[in-house]
Design a protein around this ligand. Structure first.
Ligand SMILES: Nc1nc2c(ncn2[C@@H]2O[C@H](COP(=O)(O)OP(=O)(O)OP(=O)(O)O)[C@@H](O)[C@H]2O)c(=O)[nH]1
Length: 318
């Protein structure tokens, strides 16, 4: 662990650094609270051993600021020469997690650090599990690409960025053609594999790290293309449809081709960076997809963004 030692008396500072090093941790040294706050901005600190009385900024004020500025828990152990119970109580109330009383007893410091390390480790494990759960909550189990949650989060983020930078984004809805017949012909498990192949094919075609594919539900996928206008989106969309055709997944049950094909509906917010919302994009992409299906499938239809007003869905047309 990285342990920050804040103590204005050089001999005590060095003694604490020795104890921390001997326990297998890395000591960082500060002489007052201002230095502690500076350190915290540029170094990942796992624990703080801090004198209550220091020049410039004492331990209590420093702790108050740390608790105010940082969301995640950081163990702070106070060091004090005081024998006043009220001071101990105040230090713990303000946000301290332990108190060591001077004169420093190395064995006690070492034991206190060890005890706190157990909590730090379990906290780190909890954070790791939480991050994993969070990632899982945004991932589609079958295909491994983002799910609807992940998509919504990304679209909201990219819509804000689009507005800030005045740069358009595209959203494309892709739907497998005659997928019911695919399942009926080859079985549901083969259908699942087919969806995995479609998702991975699209994923590998997307070049920029900000581009994303999500499974919207069933046999429907959504592709998000930030910093892309309608013309660019159309090119990418056509290349995706082509890439899926190139995989040549047999589809005997399809009335339009011997291989698996998809249809796509494309929308961009290029003229309407103002108030375009997630649902406006989804509704318009869905309407464009519906047109593509009606046109005979295995094609892409884009909806030109004619939005100049606040009700995009009703104003737009093909
Ligand atoms: N194997 C498999 N099938 C799914 C999954 N989710 C949805 N489906 C099937 O996908 C089929 C979609 O059928 P429809 O909505 O009629 O669409 P379609 O047959 O593709 O016809 P068009 O979209 O009009 O070309 C249904 O039979 C669903 O059961 C899935 O996770 N795995």
């Amino acid at each position: 662990m990285n342990i920050l030692i804040a103590e204005d008396t050089p001999s005590i500072r060095l003694l604490l650094a020795k104890v921390v090093s001997k326990a297998g941790h890395v000591p960082y040294l500060a002489e007052n609270g201002c230095q502690v706050l500076e350190f915290m901005q540029c170094t990942a600190i796992d624990m703080v051993l801090m004198d209550i009385n220091m020049p410039k900024m004492g331990g209590l004020e420093t702790t108050r600021r740390i608790r105010e500025e940082y969301d995640s828990w950081l163990p702070i152990i106070f060091i004090t020469a005081s024998t006043d119970d009220d001071e101990y109580a105040e230090a713990l109330t303000i946000g301290g997690d332990g108190i060591l009383v001077k004169p420093i007893k190395p064995a006690l410091v070492s034991a206190q650090v060890k005890a706190m390390e157990r909590i730090v480790r379990s906290q780190q494990e909890l954070n790791r599990i939480n991050a994993k759960l969070e990632a899982m909550s945004k991932q589609d189990v079958l295909t491994g690409v983002a799910n609807r949650n992940g998509l919504y989060e990304a679209v909201q983020r990219e819509l804000k960025r689009s507005k800030r930078r005045q740069s358009p984004l595209c959203l494309m809805m892709i739907d497998v053609d005659y997928f019911k017949q695919y399942n009926d012909t080859y079985g549901h498990l083969a259908g699942d594999e087919c969806l995995q192949q479609v998702a991975q094919t699209v994923k590998h075609q997307l070049k920029r790290s900000v581009d994303m594919i999500a499974r919207f539900g069933g046999e429907e996928f959504v592709v998000l293309l930030p910093d892309t206008n309608l013309e660019g989106g159309r090119k990418i969309g056509e290349s995706l449809l082509n890439a899926i055709r190139q995989v040549k997944i047999p589809h005997e049950g399809s009335p339009i081709a011997e291989i698996l094909t998809v249809s796509a509906g494309l929308v961009a917010n290029e003229c309407a960076i103002q108030d375009y919302q997630l649902n406006d994009l989804l509704d318009q992409a869905d309407a464009a997809l519906y047109k593509a299906k009606a046109k005979g499938r295995n094609c892409l239809v884009s909806m030109a963004d004619k939005l100049n007003s606040k009700s995009p869905t009703t104003q737009a047309g093909f």
